[in-house]
Write a protein that binds this ligand. Structure first.
Ligand SMILES: NC(=O)c1ccc[n+]([C@@H]2O[C@H](COP(=O)([O-])OP(=O)(O)OC[C@H]3O[C@@H](n4cnc5c(N)ncnc54)[C@H](O)[C@@H]3O)[C@@H](O)[C@H]2O)c1
Length: 361
């Protein structure tokens, strides 16, 4: 059976999957915005939401882009999420804030949260903004990367969902699969963007593997009975990434984004409940307040060069920095269209039909 590329770690030189269709990002943005507007979301918010979701697809993060739009739209239609929330700042100092997102879509609350953190960093060097009473924010890197346009370093993590990740050494779940993302500016080309789930992979990545008929590696997941499984459809409990490392990151994310925002840690929450809140945290760091920009970027250059100089091991075509492949993909797909799987397009077509929006592909 041939191997096709479908996620960041697979080679770009592999052929496009036969079930994929190239979709132009501009048309997809308009289509997704129209879907959100049908729920009563103001057009500027719908445009911003569509921009985040399509921007995520453009980086090859299909797990957290437009494929999740139908879920978010259903949450609004079912009354679990507000199409037109009224967020308010609850606590604030020059360096920090806590924002109540009023149960709107996480993507907009997250964009706003990072923007506030950037403004604070501009004033006092570092800004940290926590957001509570929000929802799933999608791919964490999108918000960390907002800091790059201001020459800053960005960090994002979130506390979303009930227990699905086992603590190190455990056979049942106690933690959630929180993502953590950092974005670092570079002199030219790709920015360094680390965006990783605390579990071995995002749950939606497991879903991607199901869609593409892939088996899971043997040490990723347990089924509902606590037995190892390589079937994405049976996976229920996930191991932390890198053993104790991902375990620690899941604990840190839950406390920093969740507990510090006045939210609940995952073990207090139901595994699946669209009505449950999410919390997020955003940090922006002004480089010049710490060190000259030139000196910092010189070290960034050396870090990139040191990784690129390393000869690839067997099975690797080349050594890349985190975020490099995603950046390359975005440059290419902006021109050629985003290759979306047939099942992905079917999900979008079904919700479009329900909302009375015409599909364009
Ligand atoms: N909102 C949520 O609750 C939630 C939860 C979990 C994950 N997520 C999102 O899911 C997405 C996928 O997460 P994941 O952990 O499956 O990511 P992943 O395993 O695909 O990538 C993790 C990191 O590895 C890097 N990477 C991958 N291949 C590489 C290579 N060949 N060379 C160098 N670096 C490489 C990527 O750049 C990335 O920084 C992320 O955007 C994350 O934010 C969201």
């Amino acid at each position: 059976m041939p191997t096709y590329r479908f996620s960041v770690e697979l080679s770009e030189s592999l052929p496009m999957h036969p079930d994929e269709t190239p979709i132009q990002p501009a048309e997809l943005r308009t289509f997704v915005s129209d879907l959100f507007q049908k729920t009563g979301m103001p057009s500027s918010d719908a445009d911003s939401t569509a921009e985040v979701l399509v921007g995520t697809d453009l980086r090859g993060i299909f797990s957290h882009g437009t494929r999740l739009a139908p879920n978010y739209l259903k949450h609004i239609l079912d009354g679990h999420m507000k199409a037109h929330p009224q967020p308010k700042v609850e606590r604030e100092t020059p360096a920090m804030a806590v924002v109540d997102a009023d149960r709107g879509i996480g993507h907009l609350a997250a964009r706003d949260g990072m923007q506030r953190a950037i403004e604070k960093a501009r004033q006092v060097g570092v800004g940290m903004v926590n957001v509570r009473r929000s929802h799933h924010l999608g791919a964490a890197s999108i918000y960390a990367m907002q800091a790059l346009a201001h020459g800053m370093i960005g960090f994002t993590t979130t506390n979303t969902g009930g227990p699905s990740v086992a603590p190190f050494g455990g056979r049942d779940s106690a933690l959630a699969n929180h993502p953590l993302a950092w974005a670092f500016p570079t002199r030219e080309g790709f920015p360094i963007v680390i965006d990783t789930a605390a579990g071995v992979a995002a749950w939606q990545r497991v879903e991607t593997m199901r869609i593409y008929g892939q088996k899971l590696p043997p040490d990723w997941c347990l089924d509902k009975e606590g037995n190892p499984t390589d079937d994405p459809a049976e996976a229920f409990i996930m191991f932390p990434a890198g053993g104790t490392r991902g375990y620690g990151l899941a604990v840190a994310a839950g406390l920093l984004a969740g507990a510090l925002s006045g939210g609940q840690v995952p073990s207090r929450r139901e595994r699946y409940n669209a009505a449950t809140d999410s919390e997020h945290t955003f940090t922006a760091i002004s480089i010049e307040r710490f060190v000259s920009r030139e000196q910092f970027l010189g070290e960034v250059d050396e870090m990139i060069a040191a990784c690129h100089r390393t000869p690839p091991r067997d099975g690797f075509e080349r050594v890349c920095l985190p975020g490099e492949l995603e950046w390359e993909r975005e440059q290419q797909w902006r021109e050629n269209g985003i290759p979306l799987h047939r099942d992905h397009l079917t999900l979008l077509a079904e919700i479009a039909d329900r909302l009375g929006v015409k599909v364009f592909w």
